[in-house]
Write a protein that binds this ligand. Structure first.
Ligand code: SAM
Length: 246
């Protein structure tokens, strides 16, 4: 069912993201990537990477670090080793991402690799990644625990797990407004713009089913991660959870 939802929304996905969040998803993704501290030579896995938004941000930061250190041959050689993998279960989302990569001038970028795959059963080797991100993806998977176990497996010691997800608002009046917005307005925008009310209704319902911030933090710790913490943005509309594999 999730496969169908994202096949249906792929072509309108980026426009709908802007409309539904009033463009805020861009700032939230910036915040996620700023917590990652990308560096030339890093091996990074962005799971449920969809149309590439998070991966593009990581590459842009690495490229800016590289250009600042242009005379430094070491930095240049290091960048040759950079690998940013965008893994998603849905080929339609990846195809939109590949087109966007061309438009953004990443066509020749060897560091950017698109992989069709399931977050619950990754094809990457143990201890192979410096970083792992998942943005607006984990609430749509069938078994969150399997995704966390796989994240832990593929990260190197010292590697960072970061998850950006729509979460739970606790401030009473704001919560009522947000509930009205998400249950009434978002499906209506979905129908109006994408001609697909049901997919957007499903996406909203999946937010309610996702565990609250503290519960999700405990699940991350149970998977083996340490220094688990989270940051709420816009009163908990979204949260960024992080953990380290030590
Ligand atoms: N991370 C992107 C972003 O923030 O713009 C895309 C987020 S989109 C809401 C959710 C993505 O999760 C979709 O592209 C969907 O295909 C993908 N997805 C759902 N279940 C998945 C799974 N089990 N493994 C990998 N990707 C999955």
């Amino acid at each position: 069912m999730v496969g169908n939802v994202f096949s249906n929304v792929a072509s309108n996905y980026d426009l709908m993201n802007d409309l539904m969040s009033a463009g805020l998803h861009r700032l939230w993704k910036d915040r996620l990537v700023s917590k990652l501290n990308p560096f030339p030579g890093m091996k990074h896995l962005d799971v449920a990477g969809g149309t590439g938004d998070v991966a593009f941000r990581i590459l842009e930061i690495i490229n800016s670090v590289k250009h600042r250190a242009m005379q430094d041959v070491l930095e240049d050689n290091l960048h040759e080793e950079t690998r940013i993998f965008v893994c998603d279960i849905n080929p339609n989302m990846l195809n939109v991402g590949k087109k966007r990569a061309l438009e953004r001038g990443f066509g020749e970028e060897k560091s950017l690799i698109w992989v069709e795959g399931d977050a619950e059963a990754l094809t990457f080797e143990d201890n192979s990644m410096d970083g792992y991100t998942i943005a607006f993806g984990i609430r749509n998977v069938t078994h969150i625990e399997k995704v966390l176990a796989e994240a832990y497996r593929v990260l190197k010691r010292g590697g960072r797990f970061l998850c950006l997800e729509l979460s739970h608002v606790e401030v009473p009046i704001f919560k009522e407004f947000y509930d009205y917005y998400s249950f009434s307005i978002i499906p209506a925008i979905g129908e109006l713009v994408a001609g697909d009310r049901d997919s957007y209704q499903y996406l909203v319902e999946s937010i309610r089913r996702f565990p609250p911030q503290e519960t999700f933090a405990s699940m991350i710790a149970d998977a083996g991660f340490q220094k688990v913490e989270y940051e709420n943005l816009v009163g908990g509309v979204v949260s960024i959870h992080s953990g380290l594999k030590l």
